[in-house]
Design a binder for this molecule. Sequence first.
Ligand SMILES: Cc1ncc(COP(=O)(O)O)c(C=O)c1O
Length: 443
Amino acid sequence: MSALEANQKANDLEAYWMPFTANRQFKANPRMVVGADGMFFKLSDGRDLMDGIAGLWCCNAGHNRPRIVEAIQKQAAELDYAPAFQMGHPKQFELASRLARMMPGDLNKVFFTNSGSESVETALKMAIAYHRARGEGHRTRLIGREKGYHGVNFGGMSVGGMPANRKMFGSLVNGVDHLRHTHGLEENRFSRGQPAHGAWLADDLERLCDLHDPSTIAAVIVEPLAGSAGVILPPKGYLERLREICDKHGILLIFDEVITAYGRLGTPFAANYFDVIPDITTTAKALANGVIPMGAVFVQDKIYDAFMQGPENMVEFFHGYTFSGNPMACAAALGTLDTYEEDGLLTRGSELASYWEDAVHSLKDLPNVIDLRNMGLIAGIELEGIPGAPTKRAFDAFLQAYDKGLLIRTTGDTIALSPPLIIEKSHIDFAFDTIRDILKTLD
Ligand SMILES: Cc1ncc(COP(=O)(O)O)c(C=O)c1O
């Protein structure tokens, strides 16, 4: 092979099978990011692209933040890796203590993972094993919700409720059922913030308790605000009602906060925003600002305590990952928490929320806009699908936004926005002016 051929092969786009991507479309028209700073990506053609989605809902402090860069550089030179099992290093304990202090309620114990999907698997396994440890091994059933997204591993996919993510993969984990979703266009269209109607949908859990008997149910898992299915908000009173029913029947409530944790709603966690405390919370993404993969599962003391029995030299929970709490990720997360704290980012969303809300709802009368949803620094712009070509209209908007210098995300026919929390009003104006221009002319 000549040097030229070798070079061409190195730059060939064919070898890499891209995740959740239209591979053929991409490889025909690649969109390559080569740098990032603050609110912007740098593209291979030299253009700037404003990040309207914090990478993938993970770079909450924006890009290339000095504290995080320094923390990683220093850590790599000091301790690159420490065995995750039967050994520890100080930053794991420092990070877990700091996180536990941030989390409301008794969610004081923290287990580290490397992704949202792993956090979900960990939480589901903890829930089943917790009941078993308390002598209620009959509680094995897991309840998710239609339109829920809990990552791509078998447990998360099974409790998840996005048909496209499930249909290719067989019969999935059994012993799982689903609540009805809360996407109520008829009653709640164009609501500002939390929609008024639909708390009664939580009573669907009573229906599943009648069907399966509550004594068979280990846990209910929901996203407090569902992001991936198109920014679906919980109606007022819904999460409170779910909490009540779980308490009544001894069922654990798991909040999947993989996108809502770390300031997205203008509060540190969605649990603060809604004032509903779950038994287990899953997080990932913005924990280390998306710089290094990392997740954290928070559990109430009672759950951890239930495992702490038997001989002290025995492993109490047969679960964990080679990279659980690895030094590089812990350093990145500590640098991230410093940045969040110094810049006030965990509550910054609440200062900008009403400006953001007005900007979202300024799109109301544009063609094909059938709903607008907002909360904190999140927006969902739902478009009428083209008959016979679902997702095409939103994907066309994505491509046009990219050409105009704005990165958005689409799911189905909904455009989702979730910018870095360092966003300024001028960026908000740019994002919504750009989307307005696109929607005016989109087929
Ligand atoms: C609510 C929720 N749970 C889990 C996940 C999966 O996270 P990851 O892609 O890091 O595995 C996501 C990802 O978007 C998510 O939004």
